[in-house]
Design a protein around this ligand. Structure first.
Ligand SMILES: C[S@@+](CC[C@H](N)C(=O)[O-])C[C@H]1O[C@@H](n2cnc3c(N)ncnc32)[C@H](O)[C@@H]1O
Length: 232
């Protein structure tokens, strides 16, 4: 993960509010992904692998309304995982949620592979392309053939005018939420531009190289986009 974005306790607490400013359709994203999974699973029970489960929003969005789904969440941030654990307890989901402190490399060898996976707002915190590829490839190796996978990440060519236009929209989200417009350039230069932006076709190429097929962009808002695909 980039050093600037270690999810320590201050960041973990601010995360809930800030993420909804940064991504105004954040909650709807989870509703859309739930619909996508439901179409895949029907009434069947399903095991989901949640990469970057810190904060617990995947668990609270999908757990209560899908009683046949079980979740394995992985996250290297103790503080973020603590929030996920508290949500799990508050929602009475303990029997269907397993939380692992670490990365996907710390996932014990499974008895069986997962029915689905998500990696929401994680990939852009990994700087190196080979590391991104390794993460996506390992997710794929943990999935049953044909299993659905959802990736949501920042996207865009950092040197391109197209991303600059979207960054202006992103700044406007923050100003509309009551933040000072004079602080926005600093937030971009010292903050958001430190994450790892990749052009859309590059992200799709990484998914393809990792063994995913039927790659389709289904979501975009401000600086983020989401792709659905299937494990080979
Ligand atoms: C912006 S939060 C997103 C959390 C959650 N997926 C959501 O959408 O609310 C990013 C999370 O990814 C975690 N993370 C960073 N690098 C990771 C990695 N290599 N594997 C799994 N999680 C990682 C961070 O600790 C943090 O909790």
């Amino acid at each position: 993960m980039t050093k600037e974005f270690t999810f320590n306790s201050d960041i973990a607490i601010a995360y809930e509010a800030n993420t909804r400013t940064s991504i105004p359709t954040y909650d709807m994203l989870f509703v859309m992904i739930q619909s996508y999974y439901r179409v895949q699973f029907g009434e069947k029970a399903a095991s989901l692998l949640v990469i970057g489960a810190g904060g617990g929003n995947e668990l609270s969005a999908w757990g209560p309304s899908n009683p046949k789904w079980t979740f394995t969440g992985v996250d290297p941030s103790k503080e973020m995982l603590e929030i996920a654990k508290n949500k799990t307890v508050q929602l009475g989901l303990e029997s269907r949620v397993r939380l692992i402190h670490g990365t996907i490399d710390d996932l014990p060898l499974p008895d069986s592979k997962f029915d689905a996976a998500s990696c929401i707002l994680v990939l852009h915190f990994i700087d190196d392309d080979q590391e991104k590829l390794k993460l996506l490839g390992t997710i794929k190796d943990h999935l049953k053939p044909g299993a659905p996978f959802v990736l949501v990440s920042a996207y865009g060519d950092p040197d391109g005018a197209e991303l600059q236009d979207r960054l202006n929209v992103w700044k406007s989200f923050w100003v509309d939420a009551g933040h000072e417009s004079s602080k926005m350039d600093e937030m971009v230069n010292r903050g958001i531009m430190k994450i790892s932006f990749l052009p859309e076709n590059h992200i799709e190429q990484l998914l393809e190289e990792s063994g995913f097929t039927n790659i389709t962009r289904f979501y975009s808002t401000g600086i983020m986009a989401g792709w659905i695909c299937h494990a080979e």
